[in-house]
Write a protein that binds this ligand. Structure first.
Ligand SMILES: C[C@H](N)C(=O)N[C@@H](Cc1c[nH]cn1)C(=O)O
Ligand SMILES: [Zn+2]
Ligand SMILES: [Zn+2]
Length: 527
């Protein structure tokens, strides 16, 4: 039996680093044999029928518990755990307590709350506490593999007045969709893992692997403190981890499930410009002083052009060239510009063809302007000159951009552009946080097990994709725990993560819970 052959075939000659050359040689030598693709990941085929008979009642139990699972997500969404808003930090802590209670009720063998101390600058409140890392264990059987499952319990900001159709922190079910902030990013998937544990418990079914949960509350704000914690716990709490699984991204489109083997990184910057001692009347001071906002707009407008081209010299040069082999990879992926337009709710695509869209989402850097703190942004016509403005922008990074070199290029460029203005205002450009890109080998046991799980639940072979977004801790897990990382997304490409009316389809939430569960069972029988 040959399964998953299309996407695998297209990927088989891709090599991202020396590390994977041996594997690619092995694949090349096997590609003309009758060995099934899933055997490349060394699954124990004799145990396949046993798994099937376990999964059927498990799936039935998950269906039966659907109302309870939706209520669990509703409870989670009702806590506005926005990590980027300092005033909502108590809510992020409340969310960590919520998780702790859920884990306790599910009979966790261990729950450990790791305090990360004070948030480092730049920050407004110098005593701001970082939210804790919630660690937990289910099972400690030396004969089983141990899977570390990572997720985040913080969310992006959301206000009704941003344009939401309903309160962002009240989960609403409409037309088979569950709307609410965090429904897909990342409370839905985190609840999916808890749902899976509950379904096993209700059935009296043993978990097929030991589980170590690692839930953080700062992912949307650069995962501050987590790198160091993973380093510290690598040989302690995370000692026996054989593999890492993360469900925190999305299908590429709306029809086909995917498995993800790459992420872009994200370096987030701010430009602070200070001028007058207080906000001023533009009728009195307009035209007679240098305005911070005018300086800022001038500098920010020179970072990127309207076609998404980054204007900062030296960045393009660091990007890994497209090889002939990689070029063929995009043809087999199911996606087109209509999916992009549907997901963006517009007809504003820069590129009209699949290959260019995917390449610019996955393997080229991008620079986005996010906002200006201190600027007038309400309705009406306030005639004020803001005394201090802070411009925010980020760069999505890709192989082989060196993060430190990038920071220097960006900050030097901003300083140079400000200097050209000959303004007496004060100027500072700085990095707020950075997170690394990650690209992996999608031909290992983890991806094999995930393909089987996806096929079992969705009846279709997944595409292998990269993700344009970032999950800063991914590379650290891979390096510190010397483990493979699998990204196994739950939601669809049109879920609107970070946007208004974020949602997860009920089908994705429930079938996703089944997929995560099935993954653990198939991974458990890999050799
Ligand atoms: C893909 C993931 N669900 C996500 O949304 N990640 C954030 C991480 C981030 C990095 N800097 C700030 N937030 C993202 O890609 O924006
Ligand atoms: Zn996320
Ligand atoms: Zn996010």
């Amino acid at each position: 039996m040959f399964i998953f052959s299309n996407s695998l075939k297209s990927l088989k000659f891709i090599s991202y680093s020396k590390k994977f050359n041996n594997f690619n040689n092995l694949r090349r030598s096997l590609s003309n044999t009758n060995i099934p693709d899933y055997c490349l990941g060394k699954i124990n085929i004799n145990k396949m029928s046993e798994i099937d008979s376990t999964l059927n009642p498990l799936f039935a139990k998950i269906d039966e518990l659907k109302p309870k699972f939706i209520q669990r997500l509703s409870n989670a969404v009702s806590i506005p755990s926005v990590s980027g808003d300092e005033t909502l930090r108590p809510k992020v802590f409340e969310m960590s307590e919520f998780l702790k209670n859920e884990l306790k009720n599910l009979g966790a063998d261990d729950i450990t709350i790791k305090d990360l101390g004070i948030q480092p600058p730049p920050v407004n409140d110098e005593n701001l506490q970082l939210p804790p890392i919630v660690l937990s264990k289910f099972g400690n059987d030396p004969n089983k593999k141990t899977v570390l499952i990572y997720g985040h319990y913080d969310v992006q900001p959301a206000l009704l007045e941003d344009g939401w159709d309903s309160d962002p922190f009240t989960l609403i079910e409409k037309d088979g969709k569950l709307f609410g902030r965090g429904s897909t990013d990342d409370k839905g998937p985190v609840m999916g893992w808890l749902n899976s544990i509950e379904a096993h418990r209700e059935l009296g079914l043993e978990l097929p692997v030991n589980i170590v949960f690692c839930f953080e509350g700062m992912e949307e704000s650069g995962s501050l403190g987590l790198d160091e914690l993973v380093e510290r716990e690598a040989n302690d709490y995370f000692k026996n981890v054989s593999s890492v699984c993360i469900s925190d991204n999305y299908w590429l489109g709306t029809k086909k499930p995917v498995l993800t083997y790459g992420l872009r990184g994200c370096n987030y910057y701010q430009i602070i410009i200070k001028g007058p001692g207080a906000d001023l009347h533009s009728g009195i001071f307009g035209g007679v002083i240098h305005e911070p906002m005018t300086d800022l707009i001038k500098v920010m407008s020179q970072l990127v052009d309207v076609n998404g081209e980054i204007n900062i010299p030296g960045i393009k040069e660091m990007v890994a060239p497209v090889t002939e082999k990689e070029d063929g990879l995009y043809n087999d992926i199911e996606f087109d510009v209509n999916e992009l337009n549907l997901a963006s709710g517009s007809d504003t695509a820069i590129y009209q063809d699949k290959k260019n869209i995917l390449m610019h989402r996955w393997r080229y850097p991008s620079l986005s302007l996010h906002g200006i703190e201190g600027a007038f942004s309400g309705s009406g016509a306030k005639t004020v000159i803001p005394s201090q403005v802070i411009g925010k922008f980020s760069i999505r990074t890709v192989p082989n951009i060196d993060s430190d070199t990038l920071d220097k290029l960006v900050i030097d460029y901003c300083n140079e552009k400000f200097k050209e203005l000959k303004s007496p205002n004060t100027f500072k450009a700085e990095l707020i946080h950075g997170g690394a890109y990650w690209v992996s080998d999608p031909f290992n046991n983890e991806f094999t097990a995930a393909k089987l799980a996806t096929k079992k639940v969705w009846g279709i072979n997944p595409d292998l994709t990269r993700e344009g977004g970032s999950i800063p801790i991914t590379l650290t897990f891979e390096q510190q725990l010397k483990s493979n990382v699998l990204l196994l997304p739950m939601g669809k490409g049109d879920d609107g993560a970070h946007s208004i009316n974020e949602k997860v389809d009920v089908a994705n939430y429930i079938e996703g819970t089944k997929t995560l569960s099935a993954y653990l069972h198939y991974y458990g029988i890999t050799n």
